[in-house]
Write a protein that binds this ligand. Structure first.
Ligand SMILES: [Zn+2]
Length: 75
């Protein structure tokens, strides 16, 4: 497989993933990916993408009550 942007050689490596959502940011430091040795573009495996999606879904579900409840909670 060659890079879609520069035709560079792809190597199995890891790449960080940053996700910005309303109210929080998620950072995965080392997600397995094919990374272009020339321009650094990362291509993620569908399997890795769905793992990350599952994490986002879990956070979304458990953070809804948090957002609905106005702080403070210590009582
Ligand atoms: Zn490239």
């Amino acid at each position: 497989m060659k890079c879609l942007y520069c035709q560079g050689l792809m190597e199995q490596d890891t790449s960080p993933v940053h996700i910005d959502r309303q109210g929080y940011h998620l950072t995965f430091d080392t997600v397995p990916a094919l990374v272009c040795s020339q321009c650094g573009e990362a291509y993620f495996d569908e399997q890795e993408v769905s793992k990350i999606q599952a994490v986002i879904d879990a956070i979304e579900v458990s953070s809804v009550p948090l957002r609905q409840r106005q702080l403070p909670v210590a009582a």
